[in-house]
Design a protein around this ligand. Sequence first.
Ligand code: FMN
Length: 266
Amino acid sequence: MEVESVILVYFSPTRTTKAVVQGIARGLNRGNVEMLDITRPDARREPLRTSENELLIIGVPVYMGRVPALLNEWLHTISARNTPAVPVVVYGNRVYDDALIELGDILLQRGCRPIAGAAYIGEHSFSTDETPTAGGRPDAGDLSHAESFGRTIREKLAAVPSADRIADLSLPGTRPYRGDSRLWTVDFIAGGDACVRCGICAEGCPVGAIDPEDYALVDTTTCITCCACIKNCPENARTMKPGPVSDASMRLHTLYRERKEPEHFL
Ligand SMILES: Cc1cc2nc3c(=O)[nH]c(=O)nc-3n(C[C@H](O)[C@H](O)[C@H](O)COP(=O)(O)O)c2cc1C
């Protein structure tokens, strides 16, 4: 079958998921690609409607082995009619547990036909210069894998006569999904003297948790600990306070040094 266009959706506070799905899109080599970045809260106000003439690629990071809970509401507004779809999860070299099967299930419930799925590795959100985990990933090898995956999706699409003939896709994971997707409520960000009040931290926060009048003030009940404000700060003015997140950073650095590789499912 032929699709008229590709919709590339991603939630990506620290931009590793964005890099992966863009790699997949390069491999697909289709002129007509619409990018829908749902990282900022205002981008998640409009529901998404798709049809069988489109290919939907949707990438999310893994939070606690699951699809980030804050995305559930928006994901459940997707309205699709036999849209071929590709769920993609990006994790920080620990585990992705049930995130991929969960994302695949949501797409199926919303009327999509999952045609392929993949799990990639991105630098862990909690990674720091002192305690790196999956530092610099996705790297050239990961992106080359993503491009090759994009070419494979294109071949698979070409080989099916129509969306309703796409065979059921089996993705790794268990139902009911394991774990608890609730995030920590923790005051862990230190705003430093190097802050020049550029506002990039508040603008890029995916949940609007940073006070636009005083960037040092973070609403800990809203914050999802994604670390985008730390990693996006051009002055490196924001750091982690000692506590559970910096302890987790250290633990991850110690326990998850062994390189994991991307996986795809067809
Ligand atoms: C709250 C939270 C929970 C996370 N849970 C996991 C996890 O269970 N397994 C894992 O390998 N990485 C986990 N990560 C790391 C992210 O999945 C990883 O760094 C991803 O590349 C971030 O994507 P982004 O750059 O698009 O924001 C977690 C990150 C955060 C902020």
